[in-house]
Design a protein. Structure first.
Length: 122
């Protein structure tokens, strides 16, 4: 049986991405950190690792794969991520009632913040 052990994100600025993703996910780096590779693991609880690989890579839009990050308080998490350097991505096809907001990290790697708070019945 297979399990997801690590999600790998290619990056140019390893130190910058290490700071962003560590703070964004409350993850900690596994020591030693290599000059071109870092593995981040959950500080508490469980979840897949996130590896940062300093390898040049062309950016594809839309990306073929992205992270969906679940948030009980989506507006607060979006504000926190923006304070860390993330940006919102506007998409003309996003439904008005979508439970997700598209964002990108400081290097333009896209992810979604999904609202997991219970919705009121209509």
């Amino acid at each position: 049986m297979l399990t997801v052990g690590s999600i790998v994100i290619r990056c140019s600025d390893l130190d910058g991405q290490l700071r962003f993703w560590s703070a964004a996910l409350d993850y900690e780096p596994r020591e030693p950190i290599e000059p071109d590779f870092a593995l981040l693991r959950p500080r508490a609880g469980s979840g897949p690792n996130v590896s940062l690989d300093a390898v040049p890579s062309e950016r594809a839009l839309p990306p073929r794969i992205h992270l969906d990050l679940y948030a009980d308080d989506q507006p607060a998490e979006i504000a926190r991520l923006e304070s860390l350097g993330a940006r919102r991505v506007e998409w003309s096809k996003r439904p008005a009632d979508a439970d997700y907001v598209i964002m990108e990290d400081p290097e333009g790697n896209r992810f979604c913040v999904i609202d997991t708070a219970p919705r009121e019945a209509a």
